[in-house]
Design a protein around this ligand. Sequence first.
Ligand SMILES: *Cc1c(COP(=O)(O)O)cnc(C)c1O
Length: 373
Amino acid sequence: MLSNHGKIPLFSHNEQKLNEIEKFERVVKTYTNVKGALAVQSGTAAIHLALRLLEVRSGDNVFCSTLTSIASASPIIYQGAEPVFIDSDPDTWNMSPVALKKALDEAVRNHRLPKAIIVTHLYGYCGHLEKIKDLSQTYQVPVIEDAAHAFGTLCNGEYCGSRGDFGIFSFGVNKLLSTSNGGMLLSGDSRYIRDARHLASQARELHPFHHHQTTGYNYQMSPILAAIGNGELGKVVDKINKKRNVYHYYQKLIAKEELLNLIPVQEGIVPNYWMTVITIDDVSIYQLYQVYLHLMKQNIEVSFIVKPLHRQPVFEGYTYFSHSEHFSVSDQLFHTALCVPSGVNMTGEEQEEVIAQLKHALELVDNSSLFTN
Ligand SMILES: *Cc1c(COP(=O)(O)O)cnc(C)c1O
């Protein structure tokens, strides 16, 4: 037994593992057409690294979509900075260029421009990214694309994640491309990626001993998960095609329903259709909750959309810029929208059942005196 021990090819083993990470980074870089990519442990870690590279620190502001996961904004807090939340616009549900401009103008007046703008492509659908990029250039504030939902989404012929100064993907459990846990940081500036790689590995210097000029993080992706990513990459196109079919069939099913609307697709955008979301006109949040409960009771797994971050108790007191003076688009969406099942293996009959039950739930809610105020 012992004599075998020396034969275990430890080093080639190691190289094999490293190659999985390099391969994963290379394939994602080629696919999205960006110069630099770093595989990391999570999408959150990727955002954190981007903020650290932009030298976001205490006393700084960072603008952030409000209709997004808390993971978009937590790294702002990790850096000791303050988030400023930006509303959605009604036609794309994504960051409103109108609200963003208001926020930037006020920042100019206060001599406090943000260090970055974090833009989420909600549920795989891209918003007015060109307008946001124009504003970013005018005001000289870098854009971080939170493309955690949007792997494979095209915006005017270019992939989401490749359009900003930085882009991030998440490969978390329920994301379109999943490695169980994981993420990636993208940048057209390979110096940023070189520095991020350094920070992600405890900022260890190239010395024969442990040597550090600064503190970093343990953010490197596990090679085992990169290997999973390499396997999963081959399924992305098929998944997106299936998701698109699911979306389109829902579209057909609700075409004649006056009260029901789908998450919109803008001209020039080819989404990955990660989630199908339906809004119901004229419902109150209480009625929406009744609809939700009815569907769950029928074993139809629906969920509320993300609750706007400016409504989260943890972010109470931070500034929020809404799209319109009269109402907040993100709040309105939260009160009227549900994510409906959109798994790649869904059958047409299952989708018909979802819509039938949704309509049935609306009738029940309509007839219930409990929720009419
Ligand atoms: C999932 C997600 C993230 C973070 O990704 P993790 O890999 O879970 O850290 C960031 N932003 C959005 C919008 C997400 O949904």
